[in-house]
Write a protein that binds this ligand. Structure first.
Ligand code: GLN
Length: 467
């Protein structure tokens, strides 16, 4: 399969392949990898039909002409099912398309199917999907990470060239790390959230998975930008991300208590230190900076994200959308039974937690305190970006863990997000690059963060690291 879209384009231009050929190959790969459970639905006939039409196109080819892409099952596509990995939306069809879907199609991409994910994007292992877990293609006994596990595996196993996921606390970067691909969370507000089924609206961003920074940047050129349907989408102009070059030497900060955290796997730590040593040997400045809030990251993230989720998920009431319990007899039981039967365990946990932290008696103790820590984090991180170009840390404290290994203890599962939630809490862009492996050959992602709206600089530097 081709490494980058540029390679695909030259193969198309020279007549070596056709879009129909490409789609046929991806469909064969999807078929051969059914056991991984990455796709919830494959748009086979539709993709082939569109491929045939695009093959006829001779001029005005879109920026993503030749790109075959899968979308996470929480992104709406008109006339297609969307379930957010939940039984409560089983059978529900979108009546409009997300802005990202409109933009992909307008740029001549082909959407090949809908990808499995944790229910309402809540999870770090893709074991919370109502449609069964997704398996890591490198080792089927291991998880792909979550919540966008299907999106990561679809790219990992070449079932499509790229995919879209959503990242609320790491759900693009952590599975990218576990699967050995590139995963990108844009600056908050860079990509419209219109048509994304909301989990925690002040954290959620849609972003791409791919095999290269080049493709990530190119896809972001199409996705990013203002949108009349999302007032939080920034109207800043979108640079030509794929053309940016990084000149000179970078100044990189390592936050204290991250790489040297007690919870990190020793091999992940050693590999991260190797990357740091290499950067230093190339003349970049890498310095440790004081940071005392590492232990607050997970608690603050889970207080705030569950609070927002409890409010966002109130709309799934058995009346407006999807599942209604056949056992319900009156209004009260429609709500209670539909939600009881429709939502899975983790989603219920979080609705309860979020409702609790927002309740009158506990609001000040939890929600409003967490908001204050979020503000402190933003201030500290902005101060660091006044002196440094990037912050570097591993994407996750471990490599892909075994299925079932963390399901009995939610707090242990939550710790898998320790390095990723920071970027969502403060709204900065962050990328996971497949730069290392452990002794068993399992991928280790290295994460780089840049200041808000420095997405272009982040791509440019990341490209130099991948070479
Ligand atoms: N693992 C985190 C959570 O469960 C992040 C999820 C996400 O980014 N959607 O909340």
């Amino acid at each position: 399969m081709y490494k980058t879209l540029t390679d695909i384009r030259s193969a198309l231009d020279s007549g070596q392949t056709t879009i129909t050929d490409l789609v046929t190959k991806y469909l064969a790969n999807i078929d051969a990898n059914k056991n991984l459970n990455a796709f919830l639905e494959v748009y086979g006939d539709e993709a082939l039909k569109r491929a045939g039409e695009l093959d006829q196109k001779t001029k005005a080819k879109g920026k993503l002409y030749g790109l075959v892409i899968g979308i996470k099952d929480n992104i709406c596509y008109t006339g297609h099912k969307v379930s957010a990995g939940s039984k409560i939306l089983e059978g529900f069809q979108s009546i409009y398309s997300a802005t990202v879907v409109e933009r992909l199609l307008a740029a001549d991409a082909i959407i090949i199917g809908r990808l499995n994910c944790d229910e309402f994007a809540m999870g770090s292992s893709n074991e919370n999907s109502a449609y069964g877990p997704v398996l890591n293609a490198l080792d089927n006994a291991r998880v792909p990470g979550g919540s966008s596990g299907g999106s990561a595996v679809a790219v990992q196993a070449h079932m499509c060239h790229a995919s879209l996921g959503s990242d609320t606390g790491g759900s693009i970067r952590q599975p990218a790390s576990f699967c050995g691909v590139v995963g990108y969370k844009p600056t908050y507000g860079r990509v419209s959230r219109y048509g994304l089924i909301a989990y925690a609206s002040s954290f959620d961003q849609i972003g791409p998975f791919s095999h290269s920074v080049e493709d990530t940047a190119l896809i972001m050129e199409v996705l990013a930008g203002a949108d009349d349907f999302d007032s939080t989408a920034s109207s800043k102009p979108v640079p030509l991300y794929s053309a940016e070059k990084f000149e000179g030497k970078a100044k990189i900060a390592i936050l204290k208590n991250t790489v040297d955290h007690s919870g990190i796997n020793p091999e992940v730590r050693a590999e991260t230190e190797k990357v740091i040593a290499k950067l230093r040997s190339e003349g970049h400045t890498v310095e440790e900076v004081d940071f005392s809030l590492t232990d607050y990251l997970i608690p603050v993230y889970y207080v705030l994200s569950t609070a927002e989720a409890s409010s966002n998920l109130a709309r799934f009431d058995g009346v407006h959308y999807g599942y209604r319990s056949p056992r319900s007899t009156d209004m009260d039981s429609v709500y209670k039974l539909s939600r009881t039967e429709g939502f899975g365990k983790e989603v219920k946990n979080r609705i309860m937690l979020g409702t609790f932290v927002l309740s009158a008696g506990y609001y000040d103790a939890y929600y409003s305190r967490a908001q204050k820590v979020r503000r402190m984090l933003s201030e500290q991180i902005s101060a660091i970006f006044k002196k440094y170009d990037f912050i570097l840390m591993p994407t996750a404290p471990s490599v892909a863990f075994k299925l079932g290994e963390k399901t009995s203890d939610p707090t242990e599962m939550y710790l898998a997000d320790i390095y990723t939630v920071l970027a969502n809490l403060v709204g900065t862009p962050a990328i996971s690059l497949p730069l290392a492996k452990n002794s068993e050959g399992l991928p280790i992602g290295i994460q780089l963060m840049a200041e808000k709206h420095a997405d272009a600089k982040l791509f440019a530097f990341s490209r130099t690291l991948m070479n």
